[in-house]
Design a protein around this ligand. Sequence first.
Ligand SMILES: [Zn+2]
Length: 306
Amino acid sequence: MQTYWGIDLGGTKIEGVILSSPSPDAVVIRQRIDTEAHLGYEHIVDRIVLLIDQLKAETGYTPDKIGFATPGTLDPRSQTMKNCNTTCLNGQPLKQALLDRLGVEVNLANDANCFALAEATLGAVPAVAPNFQTMFGVIMGTGVGGGVVFRGQDGQAMVVNGKQGIGGEWGHNILEENGYDCYCGKKGCNEQVISGPALQRFYLEQSGQKRTMKEIVERHRAGTDPIATLTMERLLRYFGRAISVITNILDPDVIVLGGGVGNIDELYTDGVEQLKNYIFNNRVVETPIIRPKLGDSAGVFGAAML
Ligand SMILES: [Zn+2]
């Protein structure tokens, strides 16, 4: 029996799934173990192998290939990891190590790309755009990222990893000239403007008070806090600008908004209105901008679909 194996390598947990068919309802087994990333790169590889051994032992299945959702990305030229927030992975030949240890084909993709692939194949996209040619998956949460998926000639949905492994890395486009310093070395990246922490920072600076994103949204809706409203207006305006870049270049058939900030209702109404101001289409937005369906499962399901 053909099975689909996915591993989502997170900073605190490693999660594994086996699907018996490409469907979110076809989970044979799903397990998670601690990453124990503080013990270093070699240990993380040991933990991945341990989890896969457990999946094999408990199901009796063996994989033909395994997909991995990773923080950061595999650099196609050096074949080492880069841009990982689990920093001990950076510079390491993770793919080769997994090939050596597991003895099966392995496919790696950035976790945002896996989110996009999961939503494109098993999540929200099939009901809205079953015949999509291209789609874009956005993550707006603690961090900001994205992934591009296209349908190949054989009908398979594929992620665009890109020549340098940075395909879909929308979070580090510059959105605010002379904005906040970003850890990537630039200023005013999308992540420094429309992520949850960036919006909370803006609110704090304007009001002197620390509030959660949920509180800021509630206070805006209640109409009692002008600074909360200012923060929301900032989100919506910059959201329109940030998405317009995707629309003007890729003009995807559908855009899925994931992450905690991506869940804010106003993005789907006022945010889309803002987008009209910035795209090259005579103030018409036909692109469906939709909510994701798979929640926290997107990473591991996307990995299985690689
Ligand atoms: Zn950046």
